[in-house]
Design a protein around this ligand. Structure first.
Ligand SMILES: Cc1cc2nc3c(=O)[nH]c(=O)nc-3n(C[C@H](O)[C@H](O)[C@H](O)COP(=O)(O)OP(=O)(O)OC[C@H]3O[C@@H](n4cnc5c(N)ncnc54)[C@H](O)[C@@H]3O)c2cc1C
Ligand code: FES
Length: 507
């Protein structure tokens, strides 16, 4: 290991990190009181430049998807990163900062010193995060990670953004963990469908007839895309998008110059509209509401995103409901209840998901088939659940939220509690969505607000909007305001007055 002179101590700012380079490696220098730390410069999740993140309350928040790390030691606090930051040796000599070119080794596979078997059903966002968290938190017993998808454990969020736009080939979708990780951490992956669960006797059954006993189980089976009960809905070019396999099938069918009709204006529907348009298809979105995302982002931002789509050639129609998909052996058109006929070569149905809980017949369910968990993600003795399948308590309400980072946060809480902890969800829900090269960030979960104000113009980003109720910030939406949103991700954990919110934003 060789030490390299990378900066002068006096050049390192107090309130943000400084990125330096040792050959091709980016290193982040951070001040911790009168000391310094050197960490990897790019976020272990998807490579964001961490020097552009926010430092607040002893945490560094990633500018892109708001993973959080302890400033003191780089330890992982919040996903979607699943790793702590690699730390580099550092010395200060005569006001100059010297950093080693090799990270400090941090081996932490717990010894196999526990007789228990923990099973995780579903190896998506939540399941994979839980498996990693169990080992990170020192569990030495067996961890079985079961999924019906052969190559589960990948980044589902890129499917609608970069895969069906043709930018990322389906086989290059990032995996959440590589094979070496599962091997090293003794996480046993099983490719199977879980068909039933007996929570009293703590067993579950797989589609091949095999039974598995467990000491604790985490259910993280995600959502099943809703389909349409329409004549023609079974034609081969009618798609949904949840898995890599779905994306692959869409790409096999879609050809530039073809016509796509997207039914629904969900986030996945609108992201798919953007991607298929970029892939060269003519795209019509058939929606029920005149402004997409108005419920979540408010009318102004919804209209701005709609305008972005329209400026890029997406046709947005709210004039009728689909009643039939016409065609013989292949899609020809979508017929509407007002008699209109939309010619189509492919149809993508993006009308939301239902919790995938069909196998868990002996568990009590909410009306929408989700599982009801307490604040610690516990369903009943020995059984926890996380992600898209749960209804959980948030700020005095019971809600079900389909966000990637939240699913992983819930999974980490469940993992801690499976090990005897008493953790609860105390954070601010966060998600992002991507349209024609623009990333929109959303923090909070506001179902109603009595004030909304913007800095900047939603029709011409950058902008940031704060939603308030009774003088308190309930949500924030932004585009190209990454550091500010990273700071708010931390500050909104405690009640934040709208006035204080604007003071922080305006600096
Ligand atoms: C195309 C797309 C784009 C998205 N983009 C974003 C985004 O930009 N930002 C954001 O915050 N959220 C986004 N989401 C939502 C986000 O992906 C979900 O909220 C998140 O994946 C939920 O995690 P989960 O672990 O609950 O479910 P999943 O990640 O879906 O994992 C569930 C797993 O369980 C498996 N499974 C289901 N039933 C069984 C069974 N009976 N037996 C065995 N295995 C089973 C499934 O095969 C699957 O692998 C997107 C979703 C999609 C589909
Ligand atoms: S790149 Fe840091 S959280 Fe995604």
């Amino acid at each position: 290991m060789i030490l390299h002179r990378v900066a002068r101590f006096a050049d390192i700012p107090e309130n943000r990190g400084l990125e330096v380079k040792i050959e091709d490696s980016k290193i982040l220098l951070l001040k911790v009181g009168d000391q310094l730390r050197a960490y990897q410069g790019e976020c272990p999740h998807a490579g964001a430049p961490l020097a552009e993140g926010a430092l607040c309350n002893g945490r560094l928040t990633c500018p892109w998807h708001k993973a959080q790390f302890r400033i003191e030691d780089g330890g992982l606090c919040e996903p979607p990163a699943l790793d702590s930051l690699k730390r580099y040796p550092l010395e200060v000599r005569d006001g100059e900062v010297w950093v080693g070119d090799q990270p400090l080794v941090d081996a932490h596979t717990p010894p196999a010193d526990d007789e228990r078997t923990f099973v995780i059903v579903g190896a998506g966002a939540a399941g994979t995060a839980a498996a990693a968290a169990l080992r990170e938190k020192g569990f030495g017993g067996r961890v079985l990670l079961i999924d019906r998808e052969n190559a589960a454990g990948y980044d589902r969020t890129v499917l609608s953004k970069f895969v069906i736009s043709g930018e990322t080939p389906p086989d290059d979708v990032p995996t959440l963990r590589d094979e070496a990780f599962y091997k090293e951490q003794r996480i046993e992956r099983i490719n199977a469908d879980v068909v039933s669960l007996d929570s009293t006797h703590r067993t579950l059954r797989l589609s091949d007839g095999q039974s598995l006993d467990y000491d604790a189980v985490l259910l993280a089976t995600g959502g099943t895309p809703k389909t349409l009960e329409l004549p023609g809905a079974d034609l081969p070019q009618v798609f949904v998008l949840r898995s890599r396999d779905h994306a692959q099938r869409i790409l096999k069918s879609a050809k530039p110059g073809q016509r796509a009709v997207i039914i629904g204006d969900s986030f996945i529907a609108m992201e798919s509209a953007s991607s298929l348009r970029q892939y060269g298809l003519d795209v019509t979105v058939l929606a029920r509401q005149p402004v997409p995302f108005a419920k979540q982002f408010g009318e102004t931002v919804g209209k701005a995103i709609l305008a972005l789509h329209q400026a890029n050639g997406v046709v947005f129609s709210t004039e009728g409901e689909a009643t039939q998909i016409e065609g013989v052996n292949k899609v020809d058109a979508v017929r509407l209840d007002n008699g209109q006929r939309l010619p189509a070569d492919l149809v993508l149905v993006g009308i939301g998901v239902s919790p995938a809980t069909g196998a868990f017949t002996d568990l009590p369910k909410e009306k929408d088939h989700s599982l009801c968990v307490d604040g610690g993600m516990r369903v009943t003795d020995g059984l926890w659940a996380a992600g898209d399948i749960v209804t959980f308590p948030l700020n005095g309400q019971r809600v079900r939220i389909e966000h990637w980072r939240l699913a992983q946060q819930q999974a980490r809480i469940a993992a801690a509690n499976m090990l005897g902890g008493d953790e609860h969800y105390l954070d601010v829900p966060y998600f992002w969505t991507w349209h024609f090269g623009k990333n929109y960030d959303y923090l909070g979960h506001a179902e109603a607000w009595d004030e909304v104000e913007f800095k900047g113009d939603p029709f011409n980003p950058p902008f940031i909007g704060l939603f308030g109720k009774n003088g308190v910030v309930t949500a924030a939406v932004a585009c190209d305001e990454e550091r500010t949103m990273a700071m708010l991700a931390e500050r909104m954990k405690q009640p934040l007055s709208v006035d204080e919110g604007w003071r922080l934003i305006r600096g």
